[in-house]
Design a binder for this molecule. Sequence first.
Ligand code: PLP
Length: 443
Amino acid sequence: MIEQKRVLNTAIPGPKSQALHERKLAAVSAGVGTGLPVYIEKAAGGILVDADGNQLIDFGSGIAVTTVGNGNPRVVEAVQQQIQDFTHTCFMVTPYEEYVLVAEALAELTPGDHAKRSALFNSGSEAVENAVKVARHFTGRQAVVAFDHAYHGRTNLTMALTAKNMPYKHRFGPFANEIYRVQMAYPYRWPTGPEHCADEAFETFVADVHAQVGEENTAAVILEPIQGEGGFIVPAPGFVKKVADWCREHGILFIADEVQTGFCRTGDWFASEHEDVVPDLITTAKGIAGGMPLAALTGRADVMDAIHTGGLGGTYGGNPVACASALAAIETMKADDLCGRARAVEALFMPRLEALAEKYGVIGDIRGRGAMLAVELVSDQEKKTPDADLTARINKYCHGEGLVTLTCGTFGNVFRFLPPLSASDELLTEGLDILDDAFASCV
Ligand SMILES: *Cc1c(COP(=O)(O)O)cnc(C)c1O
């Protein structure tokens, strides 16, 4: 077991990481970027150990994936056992129980007590692609409505759903058609103020879909109940429910993309629960399987079973090792009450983030829920001018001190926190102290 302690032996990145990075540049496409080029050899709990023996505090969980922490004993054991038993048969050729167990767990855990069915895939993008396939097939309609600041992936269809050009879409077109974009209820930047945001954004949404798409042409509306890459934007309270209810009235399927928000991250099993919404279809990935690649589409049985046999699938989808890992991760989330832990993380972070806002005057908005929190940095509080430069400098400072942090946001000015839920208060507090130093040094 790796000691849950930050250790800096060298500058970050150290000489071994730098040498590896030279090789990376010579062998890996420049298109694949790295936020912090320290090369990791081991990780456990909230600590990443690099090639130079530095121990870094993890505030990113590999982008909300290692919610149960690296090196989780249940996950390690389940994966080792499954690898010995068998690694692949292809579920579409000769099936196995682990896949069925994951589908059963998804039916139990996702919002709503209606009959559900799932299909398993390899990545969040693939789950979203399949949600759109299913919604179009079931409704016989083509249009899909997505929101400003949305992130749904990098495949052709999901690029079309994703809002941000750089780096996700730039010169990668043409994109899939029949995708329409509407305004998100973004409280901090809502022109008439956050108190009017939910109602006005909903009115705009209804008017735009009616005028520009047509309800009877719309197969689905897809929404992240807290937007991820787009800036950890928490939709104005009530907005998500209004949209979901309106969809139901018009025979439009409501897809919750919970790839980032799912599996205890926001203090509930799924962020839709907080909104009192039962999605028709829900996509999951990231935190589902303790770091193994697995994704799922779960939805109403009548919708999911409308697809002809053979219409959904893929060679690796629901790989048995990934499924075994997911079952162990889910067991850990239940046994260790990781939803409760996410809420405790929020309680630990919030006063510290508020203190940063008070002390440095550059934080325009603090938002998020559970262990999915962020601050939006601005150079002018009145005008809310995004300060991407300051965000990048603070990020770099944290990296230099051995704290792995991530930024996000349409304007590149959001600093986000996604710690593993196995990290101790002590470790998280040390990370927050470094963050305070970073603000002190960079503002
Ligand atoms: C990360 C993410 C995706 C894409 O998942 P990949 O596994 O990277 O394909 C889709 N939707 C949301 C909300 C995400 O955060």
